[in-house]
Design a protein around this ligand. Sequence first.
Ligand code: GLA
Length: 730
Amino acid sequence: MIILDEKNRVFTLHTHGTTYQMKADRHDVLVHTYYGPRVSGGDLSYLIQYADRGFSPNPSGAGRDRTYSLDTTPQEYSTCGVGDFRLPSLELELEDGSLLCDLRYTGHRLEKGKYSLPGLPAFFGGEEWETLAVTLSDAAAQVEVELLYGVLAERDLITRAARITNRGSRKLRLRQAASLCLDFHGGDRDHDLITFNGCHAMERCLDRSPLRPGIQSVGSVRGTSSHHHNPFVILCEKDAGEDHGLCIGAALLYSGNFQAAAERTQLENDRLTLGIHPFHFCWTLAPGEAFVTPEAAMVCSTRGFGEMSRQFHRAIREHLLRDPLAGRRHPVLINNWEATEFDFTADKLVEIAGAAAKLGIELFVMDDGWFGKRDDDYSSLGDWQVDQRKLPGGLTALVPRIRELGMQFGIWVEPEMVSQDSDLYRQHPDWALGAPGRSQTLGRSQLVLDFSRREVREHVYGELKKVLDSADIRYVKWDMNRSLTDVWSAALPPERQGEVYHRYVLGLYDMLEQLHRDYPNILIEGCSGGGGRFDAGMLYYTPQIWCSDNTDAIDRLRIQYGTSFCYPVATMGAHVSAVPNAQTGRTTPMETRGVVAMSGTFGYEMDLNKCTAAETDTAASQVAEYKKLWRLIGEGDYYRLTDPWRDGPFTAWEQVSPDRREALVSVVTHAARATPPFLALRLAGLDPDLRYRVEGREGSWPGDLLMNGGWPMPMPVGDYQAFQLHLYAE
Ligand code: GLA
């Protein structure tokens, strides 16, 4: 619910559990007054303290009042060069070379429903949303900034974006434009910053650090959101944990360069900004033109990380994913990549699919290596024609053979890339990103196509369309296997080269949107060397994303744990693969690999013909189990019961149905040890007043007992054992 106090110019955004407030103050500065647990409202600006602080300058309008300074006042969207020395939200470069920006309130507008951002991913929905737009202006620059707020009360979610319009008659340049700025004041909260970091094949490892004086930031300048840092961060109170304490999660719906920065200031008041990374960003706005920042989304939880995550999960599932199979089960899939890599024939693929079909697996995905002359990763990207040596008769011959097995067919593509050894590159070398007079840097021996250019996108899309129209294809894995370098576009003038990174992302979104429009029934899985572009922006176009190239069940505990802080289980691509694991060399039981992959978009990535009879039986029962429990797993409320980085000898998590009558608890023990201690696992999210049965056991137990007394852990025999408890109310 949005409350406007027109007289005092106070704007209050209430969600079910939280309140967010800003106010246009006596100098027309839009100050941030409050974000936290829901309060009754009123004008909360009494919380802001004013005092003369040395070297904190005063705007001319303050006259002789030295207590008023932009340097010490909490801002809603911070400015630059006129007295606030903290992290800026907006940096403008005018034709005269000045780099200043001073924003004052000029108006507001309230609407039912949710604003949209054409060309950009955004949360969507109907009457359950409200929109507030607050307009600020820089009179000297003749720039107008419209701050957009979407409120989804039930999910405690507030979205934000800024539309920056050049209202003057001269060109200007944006050097920085954040999506979100969040100021804290009063110094009453000692914050920790939580970020999700890693590398290829070990993504989204959680780091929690206290804020120190100065700026701490994570971000990406790789052109994608990256394996290395995720565009989702949390600011929380020192003592916040899974089920207690105040925390604020902030996600950027963006898949390119981003920066999340937190600053502890001189007065120990913290500021968080989130948006496109200023690195190599410079956007020209001609008179009348507007720039729209990507959307950011915040959830504030007063009951710890678990509740924050569950609110994000629900909001993402209900208002961000555009899933052709919404409300229905995604097919259990088998992918041939780890089984064959590039070395396959049609018969080999049919053999792999055949073994899978017998176990109830429903979708066969043909991965990399089917096009051009791609026998390794040195060639053929860009040549999206079937390799007749491997697949005689092309997809027209192969797909019916898969369909005969009762399976659907899916295909891998990497549309943003080109190999130097390809017909496409030989014809259009200038279509790859690269600056004049320099030889480009290679990544996985490939170059990046300039997706900021319409003609490049149109060509690639045309080629993809031919493939998709040539056979009955139900699934596409859209991959992207390198970081951007040599970012220079032959299609843009010198003064616009600072736009290429962002135009690349807009081009990508444009093409994904077209794909979504033309093929509304095709399920698209995102991928970037595993989870190198796992962000809320991509989820708008690809409702599932391959979580990591690391399929080792034990490493996956940590990767999926980190991923779960913002993103729902139903979006995480997770497969059972062969052992010893290709990435770590570790051997884990088939059961364990199944338990871990089941908390994701379940599938297999191996040649099941090579399994023992016992493993085949296990796989068959896993598939059956997943088909039975998919709704609970995918749509249930997710509880992290342990922290795989810190807590004891096992990792556990739980899904609980929305009516709390059913739950699935999954436990994976770490390496075995002699004389293990007696341990119990406390469950969560159950109804304390209901009694629960546990599948396969005699008896029943009250919910309050299971949550407080717990469930005794079996003694593991051997490394990396796993088990599940399926609970249902009597
Ligand atoms: C990336 C993907 C893998 C696989 C290979 C194919 O690494 O993450 O799943 O598709 O590319 O080259």
